[in-house]
Structures are given as structure tokens and as C-alpha cells.
Design a protein around this ligand. Structure first.
Ligand SMILES: Cc1cc2nc3c(=O)[nH]c(=O)nc-3n(C[C@H](O)[C@H](O)[C@H](O)COP(=O)(O)O)c2cc1C
Length: 188
């Protein structure tokens, strides 16, 4: 094993404190509902910047890319985020309208990830989002460039780290009939 691996092993990870135990026999029917509960709990626990998420896209060659951005809202339609049409992510989404989003809430040892197709929102929505930005932030955007997209998840995973390392995964998947949910515990 390399020196780097040895050093990395002593760096603490998963040091957050999980909130109270979840009742996996009483999970909400949709990921949106569990997301809302978890976001409230993240806010209560004062998780820093709990709506900062990693967005992964792929370019025209299929090579992945990822960056941090802020979520603009989560509702039944999906997970909204915004940027410029000419950004790398904007160009990649125009070529391949699909993405994955991931958030890690270190203080409460939780992570959430979602993947699925991505749709452009309406011009009214992205104009409203742009108007809500600070004048300084607005000034950095060339006219006509701002966009709002929505990731429409087909799979959402809620991951709860556990002190006994038997981490809990709650996975929602969507098919023609609607959402299905499964919970399992595993190391790793
Ligand atoms: C905490 C944080 C929040 C960010 N929020 C956004 C955002 O909402 N929209 C955005 O376009 N870039 C945001 N950025 C910048 C992106 O990470 C990225 O550098 C930029 O969007 C260019 O990415 P791209 O070249 O892949 O398009 C944020 C960065 C950080 C660290």
C-alpha cells in the first residue's frame, strides 16, 4: 500500500451524528416527502449549506463531469437547478438531457442522491429565478443566458450512516405505476 493510502486511513470519515432512528416500516410513499423531512432535519441540525449539491452530467462523448451548485427547489416535478446555457453543464445537458445529483450532510451522516432525465423549465421560471438573484450575481449573466432545469428522478437514494457501520439505504424507484420503496442495511 502506498504512503498516501496509509495517511488517508487515519483521516477520520463519517464522524457525523445520525439523527434518531428511522422507522423503515413507515416510509412515505414518495421521495419528495422523505426529502422534505430530511431537509427539515438538516436545517434543524444546522448542516452548513444543505442545498449545495454535486451535479453530474455527461458530455457528447459520454465522459462524466461534475460540479457543485445550489438547488432551487424540489417538488413533485423534480429537482430544480440553474446556470447559463453556455456553461459546460448547459451544453452537456443540451446534448444529453440526463443527470445525477448528490448531497452529503456531514454533521448528520446522511447523503441523498437522485438520477434521471433533465428538462428545461419554462422561460418564466428562469426569468423569475434570475430576478431573485442579487444584483451582483445577475450582473455576471449575459442577457438571455440564464436557464432553470429540472431533474425528474427515476431513482432516489437516501443514505443514513450508522455508528455500527450497518448503513441504511432507502431507495425509491419509479415505474409506470408510480414509486416503489425499499430499505436495506449493509456495510460500506
Ligand atoms: C457552493 C457552490 C454553489 C454553486 N452554485 C452554482 C449554481 O447554482 N449555478 C452555477 O451555475 N454554478 C454554481 N457554482 C459554480 C459551479 O460549481 C461551477 O464552477 C460552474 O457552474 C461551472 O460549471 P460547468 O463548467 O460544469 O458548467 C457553485 C459553486 C459552489 C462551490
Amino acid at each position: 500500500m502506498s504512503d498516501t493510502s496509509r495517511e488517508f486511513r487515519v483521516i477520520p470519515t463519517l464522524t457525523g451524528t445520525p439523527p434518531s432512528e428511522l422507522d423503515v416500516d413507515d416510509l412515505p410513499a414518495t421521495p419528495k416527502e422523505l426529502w422534505s423531512t430530511w431537509l427539515e432535519e438538516a436545517l434543524d441540525a444546522q448542516v452548513p449549506e444543505p442545498i449545495a449539491a454535486t451535479l453530474a452530467t455527461v458530455d457528447a462523448d459520454g465522459t462524466p463531469d461534475a460540479r457543485t451548485l445550489v438547488l432551487k427547489g424540489v417538488d413533485e416535478r423534480g429537482w430544480a437547478f440553474a446556470s447559463t446555457a453556455s456553461s459546460r453543464k448547459g451544453v452537456q445537458l443540451a446534448d444529453r438531457p440526463a443527470a445525477a445529483l448528490e448531497l452529503y450532510w456531514q454533521p448528520i451522516a446522511r447523503a441523498v442522491r437522485a438520477r434521471g432525465p433533465v428538462e428545461l423549465a419554462s422561460p418564466e421560471e428562469w426569468e423569475a429565478d434570475l430576478a431573485a438573484r442579487s444584483p451582483e450575481a445577475r450582473a455576471t449573466v449575459p442577457p438571455g443566458q440564464w436557464r432553470l432545469w429540472r431533474l425528474r428522478p427515476e431513482r432516489v437514494e437516501f443514505w443514513q450512516g450508522s455508528t455500527d457501520r450497518r448503513h441504511l439505504r432507502i431507495v425509491y424507484t419509479r415505474d409506470a405505476e408510480g414509486w416503489h420503496v425499499e430499505a436495506s442495511r449493509a456495510a460500506g
